[in-house]
Design a protein around this ligand. Structure first.
Ligand SMILES: [Ca+2]
Length: 205
């Protein structure tokens, strides 16, 4: 039920890209802030560093006790994880107040050529929105769930204000989840037949 051979085979390349990306972000972050929260493991060794209760965890490996994680790379140096959905929603609202909602097409600020829309795609590990929860606020790029410790875990979901697609393998590969069930504001307490714990990548449009 975990990783099928095909999706496991794609992991090393994705992992290297993610490490390079976050190593760069980590360096920039250190240069601009001059400090980063205490962490047992060097950020450079992590696949996906994320902030959780003042420490940095590797989301790809272990969420520790976090219940919900927010991924909004246009304004955050790294994902942020929380003990509750309420805490995440409060942080999300704060970011929207400060920066506005995620814009389209590019994760770089000020480079949007598409209209804004609410892009709060929620994926849940359990049915009926239970278990670990991840909230994506980014558009028009492949989101490989292995990078966030969420590969082949999704068992229920809520789509935000933009349509989304769910895919069997990384980078949009393999089968496509029924798109008439992942339109803006769709949600489901379970997955279409054959798709429980099977989504490996998603995209928000
Ligand atoms: Ca699950």
């Amino acid at each position: 039920m975990q990783n099928f051979p095909t999706s496991r085979a794609t992991l090393p390349r994705v992992r290297r890209v993610t490490i390079a990306l976050f190593a760069t972000i980590g360096l920039l972050s250190t240069m601009t802030t001059g400090a980063s929260p205490a962490s047992a493991e060097p950020i450079a060794d992590m696949t996906t560093p994320a902030l959780y209760n003042g420490t940095i965890i590797d989301m790809a490996a272990d969420w520790e006790d976090a219940e919900a994680c927010l991924v909004r790379p246009d304004v955050l140096d790294m994902p942020e994880c929380f003990d509750s959905v309420e805490q995440l929603e409060a942080r999300s609202a704060e970011l929207i107040d400060e920066h506005g909602p995620v814009r389209g097409f590019s994760t770089r600020r000020g480079k949007s050529s598409f209209a804004n829309c609410a892009t709060k795609l929620w994926l849940y590990d359990g049915a009926y929105g239970t278990g670990a929860k991840i909230n994506f606020q980014l558009r028009n790029q492949w989101i490989n769930l292995s990078s966030y410790g969420f590969n082949q875990k999704t068992s229920s979901y809520h789509i935000g204000g933009c349509n989304a697609t769910f895919h069997d393998y990384a980078n949009g590969g393999g089968g496509l989840y029924p798109t008439n069930q992942t339109q803006a504001w769709d949600g489901s307490p379970g997955m279409a037949a054959g798709w429980n714990n099977d989504v490996s990548s998603v995209r928000i449009y």
